[in-house]
Ligand binder design. Structure first.
Ligand SMILES: [Zn+2]
Ligand SMILES: [Zn+2]
Length: 454
């Protein structure tokens, strides 16, 4: 073994106490990553005790001066009780210190506050439903600087930070009071304590609810649509409503949900969108509603569905609500452009079309890949590029009043209106192109979106 007096843990501990007032916790923390099954407090205490025993031996074996110096240091800078007793017995004077260099704010250790902070957090959290939590803290910059300086000067490689040490002690107290586990990955709530200002910030993480919506009335946009002129403030053009459309799917779903879980905001995410004038029928379109700062995390989902459906008065309907998580948002997005969708449409044609032509058309579009350049009507909000989409099947029949009735089974993200009209050559092939006559989509409904559950 190397001589502990010359180098290593003990020598470093001695040098630290020679220069600074350090409590057991903070001395021990300098070696926090060394050894296991102990605490920083015990590490610090053990180091001081060892130094104290060495000094006492020196006193007893005649090395009075060296021994006295060490005892004086341990009693003052070390604030170490056994050293104070030995100093008393041997008439060694020492200065009384009580503010640790690394953990004191206004002459008092932040660790003294742990119990009180824990109790305050319990009070703060009493009306909030959560299963797991995490503690964060912000140490004063001065104490962080002091630690960095010390680590630099003494080449300390195995110190734990004040922040991590404090968080752990607070976490232990809280765990006892709350009887709930800490979760580092996905905590329901996070409490952040600022040591300088003595403030506790509460962060409630969002919840996510998956479901499917049906839209049963035309003229409802998916998201809230403000008046262009006044941007929501209210003006002549919008009759002071501030809006271009009075309602939206996202509000029909989000508002009742937000109220029931007592949240502060909502965000509505859907797997694709239908145009304002298009219905969403069948089993509906998948969506996830995200609620910010919910006070209730495990709401009665039936109650939410009922509330949404009754407030929407038959304009929209939701069903199959389940709790999900943030990962679902990405899946929702990816699915929207790759899954299979079905539509029904009414088509007007510039000339009358024969049954044979329709039969031939059905054949030509079976399992074919088409190219769609971004349509004129959405080019202001989507980048101009050519997308390849698979048309699985189209069926066509004559309808009353010279209209065609069509059913489509296509890859997600296909623009059906343009598949019908050709969009001035931007979609090829198209129904209008193949028939050699003008075709316009008069009415469109989404009838099925194939997608796995949550
Ligand atoms: Zn300390
Ligand atoms: Zn307006």
């Amino acid at each position: 073994m190397t001589d502990p007096q010359v180098n290593g843990v003990l020598a470093t501990a001695q040098k630290l106490i020679e220069q600074h007032v350090l409590c057991d916790r903070c001395l021990g923390r300098q070696f926090g990553w060394l050894s296991t099954d102990t605490s920083n407090n015990d590490r610090g205490h053990s180091l001081k005790l060892t130094l104290c025993m060495i000094a006492d031996e020196q006193l007893k074996s005649g090395a009075k001066e060296t021994g006295s110096d060490s005892i004086r240091l341990l009693a003052s800078n070390g604030m170490f009780n056994p050293a104070k007793t030995i100093a008393g017995k041997n008439n060694i004077d020492y200065e009384t210190r009580d503010a640790c260099h690394l953990c004191s704010i206004d002459e008092e250790s932040v660790f003294e506050r742990v119990q009180l902070v824990a109790e305050r957090i319990v009070g703060l959290a009493k009306d909030i439903e959560f299963e797991t939590f995490l503690i964060g803290s912000i140490p004063p910059p001065l104490l962080v600087e002091r630690q960095d300086e010390l680590s630099g000067i003494h080449s300390i490689m195995h110190a734990e930070t004040l922040k991590s040490h404090f968080n752990r002690e607070l976490g232990i107290h809280l765990h006892e009071l709350l009887k709930k586990p800490v979760n580092f990955e996905k905590p329901d709530v996070v409490f952040v304590y600022s040591m300088d200002t003595d403030e506790i910030k509460l962060q409630i993480n969002p919840i996510f609810i998956y479901g499917r919506y049906r839209k049963l009335v035309r003229g409802i946009p998916q998201s809230r649509w403000d008046c262009k002129k006044c941007r929501g403030k209210g003006c002549d053009e919008c009759d002071e409503t501030g809006r271009k459309y009075p309602d939206s799917l996202s509000e029909y779903v989000g508002n009742p949900t937000q109220i029931i879980v007592n949240g502060s905001k909502f965000k509505f995410h859907a797997g694709g969108r239908e145009d304002i004038d298009v219905l969403m029928l069948g089993q509906g379109r998948p969506f996830v509603v995200e609620i910010t700062e919910p006070r209730i995390r495990t709401p009665d989902l039936e109650e939410i569905a009922k509330s949404i459906n009754s407030e929407a008065e038959g304009k929209i309907e939701v069903h199959n609500l389940v709790r999900t998580d943030r990962h679902h948002l990405q899946k929702l997005k990816e699915d929207a452009s790759t899954n299979v969708k079905e539509y029904e449409a009414l088509i007007t044609t510039d000339r009358s079309v024969t049954d044979d032509e329709l039969k031939a058309l059905e054949k030509e579009f079976k399992g074919v890949e088409i190219e769609q350049r971004t349509p004129h009507r959405v080019s202001h909000r989507r980048s101009d590029l050519v997308r390849k989409k698979v048309i699985h099947e189209i069926s066509l029949e004559k309808h009353k009043d010279g209209l065609l009735k069509a059913n489509f089974k296509v890859q997600g993200g296909t623009y059906i209106k343009e598949l019908i009209s050709g969009d001035e050559g931007r979609t090829t092939p198209s129904i209008a192109g193949k028939l050699g006559t003008g075709c316009v989509c008069a009415e469109l409904n989404v009838t099925a979106i194939y997608s796995d559950g949550p």
